[in-house]
Design a protein around this ligand. Structure first.
Ligand code: DGJ
Length: 693
């Protein structure tokens, strides 16, 4: 029996010794009820026996027999702090195959993770053709799936649909940058579509920075099984005797109070356990990518440092374009792989830049794309065997680049050394942006030889090996997980990274939707949100208010600011530093969805409910739109709060009639506030601070 504060997952051993899921749902308070539960559905369904639906595991034994039966042998539970660890050992009575189901139960966060460990002691290798992290079973009248799909610069678009009989699969086959078209996360609502505040659902996501697959199969009796794990596409795995195959964690939370609660559960879990330094502050920064692209030199950068200092951000982040000599990185066509400072642009190296930044009292961060190579590079000439490409076919370039064969330990050393050398030579480097700008096509590893079907898995494992080594030496260095926009956003990677880049699209209006999408699964302190010059006609105020709902930063030509814009931004950074604790570590309440109305309203409430920040974005408003009052959430009904607009643009006045007034939490939550923008006003925004009196 696995138990969180508000949920239960009950597993039972049947008379036939198999393991069954008897219950998954709201916490059962009466033990007698739990004892009455019937066996249910097999937890980790095998293939080749009597199961006729999708299996969790399929093995072809050394003798060619394609069947597996798993019987319960033993289990062990251990409590460490607030987390309990349960391992259940299953064995095949006919073949020496052992599967351990591992569960981690995060009691306070209402989160459970599960994965499997597969091994065997047959004389010869066996072939694994399916190896899920876990399978969950549901029995309801209807099932509603919410998924998030996209592309470059239009990530995480929400779609909700009723599942019908058959199989629905959410998956990626992209190898690197695996989440590009499909986010590896979903909501599954039971009976009716869950709202933000009501309905029964699970939220699930996979901690794996590679190909993933979630299948939702409704059988002839309207029972649903959800299988989650690595996508076995083109990835039959030859498992050697005694080799241990560990699947990634499937992370899920059950809520009977809607999606909002599910998100808050995941956010807390992420901050407490899953994201590197999830409870530590983040750095505000000025990035130069949007402002200069590849076109800069030392003098220009140092000038930009002055802009960063003037703004008051913590750090300057130097983006792509600083390296390559034989093949200078003056565009995305050359240089990747040659990680030496370009002598023309940076005659005095990175060291000089760190020094100049330090002199100005700001930190210095740098962009790297360690897994990649341009054919126009010395690395390509020196190590053609280090690159993923088909030996007998034309190279398939994307953004003029290829992926290094990380399965090769020499390449792992090289990738490690790119980062390590940078930090050893320049100990002042305070931050790294780790980019990854293409997915795999025509992929073939010279190193893996006849084991090509291991490539997708080995690539991700090897990436983790490199990150593990880096983190052993640099445990707390902030690193952004970037992938040409939101191509990599998963909890497998985030234990090595402090934040991720949600999208190259920084248009304020688009970002309202993109950040909204990610907010279902990731807390605000993991989402880098930069104010740029994207977004035609959008005010700096609007773009700033949008970026404030994440880890705020800038990527803009500061020298083109008007004096008022500069004053506004300086104040905004000060304001952000004052309130960011609430945004980063508070509970998120999504009050009005931009998918439902031409506006978005969210609020963050701190732990002791003494402070809240409310963001109100008016999007594509028309005269016909009528906005009813917005009932706030998450406050203490008994407390009194002052409601005050902040982050105003110089020269503007607060127009909200309730500004600076005091209300009870009960009033704010039951009666609510009128956030109507008044006359038809699109792409305007307000930030309100709600403070206990
Ligand atoms: C893609 C990233 O998302 C951008 O922010 C920028 O770093 C470019 N790569 C640089 O090539």
């Amino acid at each position: 029996m696995l138990q969180t504060k508000n949920s239960h997952l009950v597993l039972t051993v049947g008379n036939n010794h198999r393991l069954y899921q008897s219950y998954l749902g709201a916490r059962l308070t009466n033990t007698a009820d739990i004892e009455k539960l019937s066996a249910g559905r097999e937890v980790y369904l095998t293939a080749g026996m009597e199961n006729q639906f999708e299996p969790a595991i399929r093995i072809v034994h050394a003798d060619g027999n394609p069947s597996l039966e798993l019987e319960y042998v033993s289990h062990k539970s251990e409590q460490k702090g607030d987390v309990s660890y349960t391992n259940i050992i299953l064995k095949d009575p006919a073949y020496p195959v052992e599967v351990t189901l591992q569960y981690k139960v995060y009691f306070n966060e209402d989160v459970i993770t599960c994965n499997s460990i597969i091994q065997h002691h047959e004389k010869k290798p066996v072939r694994l053709t399916q190896y899920a992290s876990g399978m969950l079973h549901f029995s309801a009248d209807n099932y509603w799936l919410t998924q998030f799909h996209g592309d470059w610069a239009r990530e995480v678009n929400l779609v909700e649909e009723k599942l019908t009989n058959g199989i629905k699969s959410l998956e990626s086959k992209l190898g690197a940058r695996a989440n590009f078209y499909q986010t590896p996360a979903f909501f599954l609502s039971l009976n009716n579509p869950a709202t933000e505040t009501s309905g029964e659902l699970i939220a699930g996501t996979l901690g794996w920075t590679g190909n993933f697959q979630f299948t939702f199969e409704i059988d002839q009796r309207n029972q649903l099984r959800v299988r989650s794990g690595i996508n076995p596409f083109a990835s039959d795995y030859t498992l050697q005797p005694n080799e241990v195959f560990t699947t990634p964690e499937f992370i899920f939370t059950y809520s009977n109070q809607g999606k909002g609660q599910a998100s808050r559960n995941l956010h807390r879990w992420a901050r407490n356990y899953a994201v590197l330094d999830g409870k530590s502050p983040r750095l505000t920064l000025l990035n130069n990518w949007e402002a200069t692209a590849f076109n800069f030199n030392e003098a220009k950068l140092i000038e930009l440092f002055d802009g960063a200092k003037q703004l008051g951000v913590d750090m300057f982040l130097l983006d792509d374009g600083w390296f390559g000599n034989a093949f200078p990185r003056d565009s995305d066509k050359a240089g990747l792989g040659d990680w030496q400072e370009n002598k023309t642009k940076l005659p005095n190296g990175i060291g000089k830049l760190v020094q100049e930044a330090t002199n100005r009292g700001i930190k210095f961060g740098i962009w790297l794309e360690p897994e990649m190579v341009n054919p126009k590079s010395e690395l390509y000439q020196k190590h053609p065997d280090w690159i993923l490409r088909l030996p007998n076919r034309t190279e398939n370039l994307a953004r003029s680049q290829l992926i290094l064969d990380l399965a090769n330990p020499q390449v792992q050393d090289f990738v490690y050394s790119i980062v390590d050398d940078m930090l050893t030579k320049n100990p002042g480097v305070a931050y790294i942006k780790w980019d990854c700008n293409r997915s795999m096509t025509n992929a073939y590893s010279a190193y893996l030889k006849e084991k090509q079907s291991h490539l997708y898995i080995e690539y991700t494992r090897s990436l983790y090996k490199v990150l593990e080594r880096l983190r052993a030496k640099y445990p707390h260095l902030p690193i952004m997980l970037c992938s040409g926009g939101g191509g990599r956003t998963d909890y497998g990677a985030l234990k090595y990274f402090t934040e991720f880049w949600p999208s190259d699209n920084t248009d304020g209006l688009e970002r309202v939707f993109i950040q909204w999408g990610y907010s279902y699964f990731f807390p605000a302190n993991t989402m880098a949100a930069h104010i740029t010059s994207m977004g035609k006609g959008q005010s700096l105020k609007f773009r700033t208010d949008v970026a404030m709902a994440g880890r705020m930063g800038y990527d803009i030509r500061v020298n083109e600011f008007t004096p008022q814009e500069m004053q506004f931004s300086q104040e905004a950074i000060k304001t952000y530093k004052r309130i960011s604790d609430v945004i980063w570590f508070g509970d998120l309440y999504r009050l009005i969805s931009p998918y439902d109305e031409p506006r978005a309203v969210t609020m963050y409430v701190n732990e002791n409910k003494s402070k809240a920040i409310l963001f109100n974005y008016n999007l594509n408003i028309r005269r016909k739109d009528i906005f009813i009052k917005v009932q706030l959430q998450g406050l203490d009904a008994q407390k009194k709060y002052r409601f005050k607009e902040i982050n105003l643009f110089p020269g503007t006045k607060v127009t909200h009639p309730d500004n600076d007034k005091v209300f009870t939490g009960e009033y704010l939550m039951n009666i609510g506030l009128n956030l109507n923008p008044g006359k038809v006003t699109s792409l305007t925004s307000n930030v309100y601070e709600i403070t206990e009196e």
